[in-house]
Write a protein that binds this ligand. Structure first.
Ligand SMILES: [Zn+2]
Length: 227
C-alpha cells in the first residue's frame, strides 16, 4: 500500500509549496484581480507556476482506458516530470484492502499518501488518481517518489487468490505502456516492489506476488506494443 509521505516531503510541501503559491498570488495581485476573479485565475493559472509548464486538462489520463478519479492534492506534489525529474522506476503495491477503500483514502486529504494508479481485482479496471507529471506520495522515500510511478493492486499480501489473472494482465499492459513512454527497461531493476524501495517499512506486494508471471506479461505487452 502507499506509504505516508516522508517528513522531508511534508516539509517541502509547507516550504516550496507555499512559496509557489506566494508567487502565484503576487502575479494575480499585480494584474489587479478582484476576489472572485482571483479565485478563477488561481484555478486557471495554477500550473503556470515556475517549474510547471504543462497544462493539465480536466479528466485527462496518461494511460488509455484508465478512469480519472483525482486523488487529494494533499497526497501528491505538483511537478513537471519528466522535465524536472527523470522517471525510471515503476513501483508495485498491493492495497491490503479493497479497491473502493484505496480510492477513498487517496481522495482523503488527511491520508498523506496516494499512488498514480489503482487496479481493481475482479476486472482489471484502472483508476488513475495522480497525473504521471506529478509526484505521488506512495513509496515512502522522497527520491523514489520523484523518480517513479506507483501502481496499487487490489488485494491482500497473505491471500494469493486475491491477486487475479485479469489484474496481472491489465497491470502488465499499464507498466509496459509506462516503460515505453519513458524508455524504461522492462526488467526487475526498474520494475520493483514497494518492499524493494530503500528504507521501505512496507512488505507489499508480498511473497505471493508472482514476479515471474508479471515480468513475462510485461515483456509480452511491451513486444505487442512495439510490434
Ligand atoms: Zn505499498
Amino acid at each position: 500500500m502507499a506509504d505516508e509521505q516522508s517528513g522531508e516531503e511534508r516539509q517541502q510541501r509547507s516550504g516550496r509549496g507555499i512559496s509557489r503559491r506566494g508567487l502565484l498570488i503576487g502575479g494575480a495581485v499585480t494584474v489587479g484581480a478582484g476576489a472572485a476573479l482571483f479565485h478563477e485565475e488561481l484555478g486557471r493559472l495554477w500550473w503556470r507556476v515556475p517549474g510547471i509548464d504543462k497544462q493539465r486538462n480536466k479528466g485527462e489520463v496518461d494511460h488509455r482506458g484508465a478512469q480519472w478519479i483525482a486523488a487529494s492534492e494533499a497526497n501528491l506534489r505538483y511537478a513537471d516530470r519528466p522535465a524536472d525529474f527523470t522517471v525510471d522506476r515503476v513501483v508495485i503495491h498491493v492495497t491490503e484492502g479493497s479497491y473502493a477503500t484505496a480510492v477513498r483514502v487517496f481522495r482523503d486529504p488527511l491520508h498523506a499518501a496516494a499512488a498514480h494508479y489503482v487496479i481493481r481485482a475482479k476486472d482489471g479496471h484502472i483508476a488513475q488518481m495522480a497525473r504521471e507529471l506529478d509526484v505521488a506520495f506512495h513509496a515512502g522515500n522522497r527520491g523514489y517518489n520523484e523518480r517513479s510511478i506507483g501502481i496499487e493492486h487490489e488485494g491482500f499480501v497473505d491471500r494469493p487468490e486475491t491477486l487475479t489473472d485479469v489484474m496481472y494482465r491489465s497491470s502488465a499492459r499499464l507498466t509496459a505502456d509506462i516503460c515505453a513512454r519513458y524508455e524504461i527497461p522492462v526488467d526487475r531493476e526498474h520494475i520493483i516492489g514497494h518492499n524493494e524501495v530503500p528504507g521501505a517499512t512496507h512488505t507489499d506486494p508480498g511473497r505471493h506476488w508472482d514476479w515471474d508471471k508479471y515480468m513475462k506479461l510485461c515483456r509480452e505487452a511491451a513486444r505487442r506494443r512495439s510490434a
